[in-house]
Design a protein around this ligand. Structure first.
Ligand SMILES: Cc1cc2nc3c(=O)[nH]c(=O)nc-3n(C[C@H](O)[C@H](O)[C@H](O)COP(=O)(O)OP(=O)(O)OC[C@H]3O[C@@H](n4cnc5c(N)ncnc54)[C@H](O)[C@@H]3O)c2cc1C
Length: 445
């Protein structure tokens, strides 16, 4: 039976859901308050989605879901410059290593494909709320006008407010880390600076982190990540301070040296970063509202330093579509099974980030690794430098093929490494205090 679906939000989650449902023959309206990019290809402000202009890395799962559920979006992404990369396995074979792309390139492609999808209408408007009848959702109200639907999908992202009152409070909150980034373009003909993996380079320093995410056509974003409590490094948002820091950090200088690349944006200060999980249920423990399901960042928001958000979002889309196939118009079963799946498959990623980020902030403040508690996943991974037997467990976790609990098997080995007194050596570069001096000297008074 054809199900009428209203989707709240036309970000990646909402539009891929909409395309997947429309391709199954359902009638879908996706509503977003954003007017979309200007027709002349000009600046797309994308108000309300603060991460839109910031660094994004795309894991292979993003491409997998697109190719399965919205192939026209994949094709458009590739046509607009997305660069899929392959990882060598060392035996002549390769595996997908993700896609190099800016978020804007990706989202313009997804939106262009959605606008062409028969059965999907992308409507510009603000969803005021969900309408109900006999205790279940029966549609949405858009700028005061009712739109009927058998199923309402809330894909309103990490900042979505419209149904927050229906749900139990989330697990987590602000993560205690913040960052500032800037987009550059490699100069023609220069050799690619060192990479940590196919889409990123990362440097670990005393009191802060640096990541470069490589996008398409030699464009890349450079991020400096600090503790939110570190007020002196807030000044990194000033161009001269960021440039001085980029020069002072050797690994970052390899990317940002004027002979290697040129900046193509101003310095972009990031907004608050969150680790939040919210399931499908309300305060009573029952579904928030039968006929209303939540997907994407509205369920699972994680800090970007592992580039997991679009993978968790689109994996949820894949699961929702599978449940719609299985249960048709039994929206209660869809909601209940999605919640169980979210609890089992999404919540652990948020909890993983909460543990890692809190511990990272404590280490930045001078604490040692706490060997009496469950070791954070990043700390377990770093121990592989001393005990290679830990390495085998890392691949499935890092690639998100296995949940964080897969590292339990090697946690004791990692603990044994740290009990010897060994600690991961920082990369060569200024400590946080030295960086603060560099920043203070360069920032405007
Ligand atoms: C700083 C930062 C960096 C990130 N980096 C990465 C990365 O490197 N790799 C990665 O995979 N992920 C990353 N993420 C996560 C990724 O951006 C999110 O997972 C992704 O945006 C989720 O998509 P979404 O469609 O669920 O939500 P959004 O992209 O937030 O879209 C929600 C949409 O809903 C609309 N909306 C909300 N309420 C209403 C309403 N009432 N009426 C109408 N429309 C409404 C909004 O306008 C918006 O278009 C990052 C996140 C942040 C914050």
């Amino acid at each position: 039976m054809v199900v009428k679906v209203a989707v709240i939000g036309g970000g990646p989650t909402g539009l891929v859901t909409g395309m997947g449902l429309a391709r199954r023959g359902h009638e879908v309206v996706a509503v977003d308050r954003d007017p979309g990019p200007p027709g002349d290809g000009g600046h797309w402000a994308r108000r309300g989605v603060m991460q839109f202009h910031h660094a994004h890395a795309f894991r292979p799962q993003v491409g997998e879901v697109l190719r399965a559920e919205a192939p026209a979006a994949w094709d458009a992404w590739m046509a607009q410059g997305g660069e899929p990369v392959e990882l060598p396995l060392g035996d002549g074979r390769t595996v997908p290593g993700g896609v190099r792309s800016r978020r804007e390139t990706f989202e313009r492609a997804v939106r262009a494909a959605a606008l062409e999808q028969p059965g999907l209408e992308v409507r510009i408007g603000h969803v005021d709320g969900v309408t109900t009848s006999r205790g279940r959702a029966q549609g949405v109200r858009v700028d005061g006008v009712d739109l009927e639907a058998d199923l309402v999908v809330d894909a309103s992202g990490r900042s979505g407010r419209v149904n927050r009152h229906l749900r139990a409070p989330g697990v987590g909150g602000e993560c205690g880390i913040a960052y500032v980034d800037r987009v550059y373009r490699l100069r023609p003909g220069v050799a690619l600076p060192p990479m940590t993996n196919a889409i990123a380079w990362q440097g670990t320093y005393v009191g802060y982190l640096v990541i470069v995410f490589l996008h398409e056509k030699g464009i890349f974003s450079a991020l400096i990540i600090r503790s939110t409590a570190d007020r002196e490094l807030v000044a990194l948002r000033h161009t001269r301070a960021f440039e001085a820091a980029a020069t002072a950090i050797p690994g970052l200088r390899a990317w940002t040296d004027p002979d290697v690349s040129e900046p193509v944006t101003h310095v972009l200060p990031g907004g608050p970063l969150l680790n939040v999980y919210r399931g499908q249920r309300g305060l009573s423990g029952a579904l928030a509202l039968p006929g209303l399901v939540f997907v994407g960042d509205s369920v699972c928001t994680t800090t970007p330093n592992f580039g997991r958000g679009l993978t968790t979002s689109l994996t949820q889309v894949g699961e929702l579509l599978r449940l719609v196939d299985e249960h048709g118009d039994d929206v209660g079963a869809i909601g209940a099974e999605l919640d169980a799946w979210d609890e089992a498959r999404m919540r652990p990623w948020v909890e993983d980030h909460i543990t890692m980020d809190h511990a990272l902030v404590r280490r930045w403040a001078g604490d040692d690794i706490d060997l009496s508690a469950r070791l954070p996943s990043d700390v377990i991974m770093m121990a592989a430098a001393q005990d290679p037997s830990i390495g085998a467990a890392i691949g499935p976790y890092v690639s998100m093929q296995a949940l964080p609990s897969s590292l339990d098997a090697v946690e004791d080995r990692a603990r044994a490494v740290y009990r010897t007194g060994w600690r991961p050596p920082p990369d060569p570069g200024p400590s946080r205090d030295e960086l603060a001096d560099v920043v203070a000297a360069a920032a405007p008074a």
